[in-house]
Design a protein around this ligand. Structure first.
Ligand SMILES: Cc1cc2nc3c(=O)[nH]c(=O)nc-3n(C[C@H](O)[C@H](O)[C@H](O)COP(=O)(O)OP(=O)(O)OC[C@H]3O[C@@H](n4cnc5c(N)ncnc54)[C@H](O)[C@@H]3O)c2cc1C
Length: 380
């Protein structure tokens, strides 16, 4: 019960907060920034269990994307058109907000565009995309103001040196960024406007009482606040097992610099289950979770032979078939996913809120999800 804390600590670090946010990823930090912007006198504390963010925000691929054609067509099978394109619009606006908040130059944002790859076995999907390209471009023009966002490119696959790829669909508006620089800039900005970010604090649970909410931690320190916002994405079920958000691990590799790398941009393959991009002269490649969905439904970091082999095969046989390269590093990150693609932003108990289930698009929507959650807390 904070028995070992000093009088001074109780008046500062441990003083009751207006809002305690759990999780210092893109959602938690954007929520904290919005709270301080809209209520500059409020005390906002972010508690993060890692020394750095330890989920997805500093471990992702850095695609600034809002949806490839096959992904949107797949979504239209389970959701109506309005829902699918509202989410596209949210991603688009979220990216604009992120770029405005962080600044392109502070996170190596480059608009090289993105491509979807179609191999021989994907020709039916390629045809369906071509049939619907006009319809999708009309909707995207309304959202982005740009004509012909999607374009068919048949010959580029050869220029890029890909093997067995029959065609590409280019999205001229998608970009790429450096997630580490993005998060570092967001943390720096949040701290500069008075947000307390305390790292190495794992939250274990909450008790509501007359004096507010007591937040129990693995450090034997109790924080208290009027409201709590969980921005814990793929780890949420450790605190709320009933919430419809599951963890999903993603494994990633990066090569060393490749001599005369023939392509630049972000690439989606097999409905986005595989993704790769250039990082300067290197290649980053990740995905393959669909090969063993059950085993990857975990919030433990790590690798498996099955997925590592699939990624290495794809790199050797399709992406860099005629090029010398060396693998530099592997890592993994944890997503929060569910049957529905929309995030969960709501009050789940009196004054306890969640903003989770960002799927594979948190770079795009994380800023707006954080903002929306902050506004929900402030409206209470
Ligand atoms: C490998 C990979 C590639 C991806 N690629 C892309 C991409 O290219 N483009 C894209 O848009 N999205 C991508 N994503 C998804 C994107 O990264 C996520 O949607 C986004 O980062 C989620 O942000 P978040 O703030 O909700 O969660 P997180 O970044 O996971 O943050 C949650 C934080 O909560 C902390 N936490 C959890 N439990 C506790 C607790 N009990 N106490 C204290 N702290 C706690 C965690 O340590 C973590 O830092 C990718 C994800 C992965 C894993």
């Amino acid at each position: 019960m904070n028995n070992n804390s000093s009088f001074w600590e109780k008046q500062t670090f441990l003083k009751k907060a207006d809002v305690i946010i759990v999780g210092a990823g893109i959602v938690g930090i954007n929520a904290a920034i919005t709270l301080r912007e809209q209520s500059p006198k409020s005390k906002v504390i972010v508690l993060e269990r890692g020394l750095l963010p330890k989920g997805a925000s500093t471990r992702n691929a850095g695609f600034a994307c809002f949806g490839s054609m096959t992904e949107l067509i797949a979504d239209l099978k389970t959701q109506n058109k309005d829902e699918v394109f509202n989410l596209v619009e949210k991603r688009w606006k979220g990216l604009l907000r992120l770029r405005e908040r962080v600044g392109d130059e502070n996170m190596d944002y480059f608009e090289h565009g993105a491509y979807e790859l179609f191999a021989s076995e994907d020709l039916e999907a390629f045809e369906e995309c071509q049939d619907r390209i006009l319809e999708f471009n009309q909707i995207l023009k309304k959202i982005t103001g740009t004509s012909e966002v999607f374009q068919v490119q048949r010959d580029k696959a050869k220029d890029y040196g890909f093997k067995g790829v029959q065609g590409l669909i280019f999205n001229q508006l998608e970009g790429q960024l450096h997630p580490g620089k993005m998060m570092q800039a967001l943390w720096t900005h949040a701290r500069s406007i008075g947000v307390d970010i305390i790292t190495g604090v794992e939250v274990l649970g909450f008790e509501s009482g007359k004096a507010g909410i007591a937040v129990r931690t693995a450090n034997d320190v109790i924080f208290s606040g009027d409201s709590v916002l969980l921005a814990t994405n793929g780890f949420t079920r450790r605190l709320y097992p009933g919430l419809a958000v599951q963890p999903a691990r993603n494994q990633v590799l990066i090569t060393k610099a490749v001599n005369q790398l023939p392509f630049k941009g972000c690439f989606h393959y097999q409905e986005g289950y595989y993704y790769f991009r250039n990082v300067g002269d290197r290649v980053l490649l990740g995905g393959g979770r669909h090969l063993s969905k059950l085993a990857e439904e975990t919030d433990e970091f790590g690798h498996t032979n099955l997925i590592q082999s699939a990624l290495l095969d794809l790199l050797r046989n399709t992406i860099l078939p005629n090029v010398e390269y060396e693998i530099d590093q592997w890592w993994s990150g944890i997503l929060g996913v569910g049957a529905q693609k929309v995030p969960i932003i709501k009050e789940i108990e009196n004054n306890i809120f969640v903003a989770v289930r960002l799927g594979g698009m948190g770079v795009a929507i994380g800023s707006l999800v954080g903002e929306e959650a902050a506004e929900l807390v402030l409206a209470k």
